[in-house]
Design a protein around this ligand. Structure first.
Ligand SMILES: Cc1cc2nc3c(=O)[nH]c(=O)nc-3n(C[C@H](O)[C@H](O)[C@H](O)COP(=O)(O)O)c2cc1C
Length: 326
């Protein structure tokens, strides 16, 4: 099976809180880490760029203080997400700050870049790269990433179209390193299922939108609570790349979620369609939110995940015993 880096030893449950554009902030990251899961945020959420310096100082100092007070139960490590696409003109500057603060985990997305991996390794950091198919998984590892995030169908944000089974099975044929599964994971059963499938970690995004610490409008949090997978629309209209969005926000922008046009690639932009802006007005979400029934604190949600995960493990042990010898 896979080799999990020792940095993950403090995790309470095998979960990585996924980076969420606009929504993740130091408060959420710190609470995720204190609750015992990897906390993360996109570097680009800090605006202007200089704010990243302050945010990284806040996260590292607060977690160091927490660890000094709780040596028996230290916080999980945190991660910074870098969009490595050519359009990100802050990448070099943001990466220098990650080096300054020795950010333990870098999550790179939208194209693998060798120099990012070299930079992270220079101070002892590790890099996870997110991929939507096996071809990109090979490329990411060839370029020096340490771990992979398999983004399956039903994930929030720019999701893939592959079944999680297909994706994990194909990647696990050749890759023994750390592997996270992303897409619609929202309770303890699903975390255990990700592990049973061959992944090491569950990568969870949308459920954290409905936490007190998330930087999202109250209406957005409520929409996560009230919606189910039936309300998730997969479209490339808003950014030019296919992603999953909440139908109520599309209706609020004056569009029919059941009859959205395809995006025009010649007019591709990451700002949005018409006046409605992707991410700010058109709300991203994965399909797993049907089990999110209230807005809660981050720690309360992680506690719930842990209880469900332990119960699921126990039930699985019993069930598998019943099948022995039959
Ligand atoms: C609102 C929203 C914003 C996101 N922003 C980013 C981002 O900035 N960078 C990134 O790598 N992934 C981003 N993602 C994808 C998540 O990191 C993760 O892959 C996804 O949320 C997992 O699926 P789930 O939402 O079903 O749990 C975003 C997802 C959502 C829902």
């Amino acid at each position: 099976m896979s080799n999990i880096p020792s940095i993950f030893i403090n995790l309470r449950i095998p979960v990585i809180g996924a980076p969420l554009f606009i929504i993740s902030n130091p408060k959420l990251v710190i609470e995720q880490c204190k609750a015992g899961i990897v906390g993360s945020m996109p570097a680009l959420n800090a605006r202007p760029a200089a704010q990243l310096d302050e945010w990284l100082a806040e996260i590292t100092e607060e977690l160091a203080t927490y660890n000094a007070l709780h040596p028996d139960r230290p916080a999980a490590p945190f991660a910074i997400n870098q969009i490595v696409h050519k359009s990100n003109d802050r990448l070099e500057q943001d990466m220098e700050l990650c080096m300054k603060y020795k950010v333990p985990i870098i999550i790179s997305s939208l194209g693998a870049r060798e120099e990012i991996n070299v930079a992270a390794h220079s101070y002892g950091g590790i890099v996870f790269h997110d991929v939507i198919n096996n071809k990109y998984a090979h490329k990411a590892i060839e370029k020096g990433a340490d771990g992979l995030i398999a983004v399956a169908a039903g994930a929030g944000g720019h999701a893939g179209v592959k079944s999680p089974f297909a994706l994990i099975q194909e990647i696990r044929q050749w890759f023994e390193g750390p592997l996270a599964l992303s897409g619609s994971i929202a309770n303890g059963n699903a975390i255990l299922a990700a592990q049973a499938m061959g992944a090491d970690f569950a990568y969870i995004g949308s459920p954290f939108i409905a936490t007190n610490e998330a930087r999202a409008a109250e209406e957005y949090k409520q929409a996560i609570v009230e919606s189910t997978s039936d309300d998730i629309v997969y479209s490339n209209l808003f950014t030019g790349v296919h992603g999953n969005y909440l139908a109520p926000s599309i209706r609020a922008a004056g569009l029919d979620p059941d009859a959205l046009p395809e995006s025009d690639p010649t007019k591709m932009n990451f700002g949005g369609a018409g006046k409605a802006k992707a991410w700010k007005d058109i709300w991203g979400s994965g399909q797993g939110i049907g089990v999110i029934n209230k807005v809660s604190s981050t720690v309360a949600y992680v506690d719930k995940l842990q209880q469900e995960y332990m119960a699921a493990k126990e039930r699985l042990m019993k069930t598998s015993e019943e099948f022995v010898g039959k």
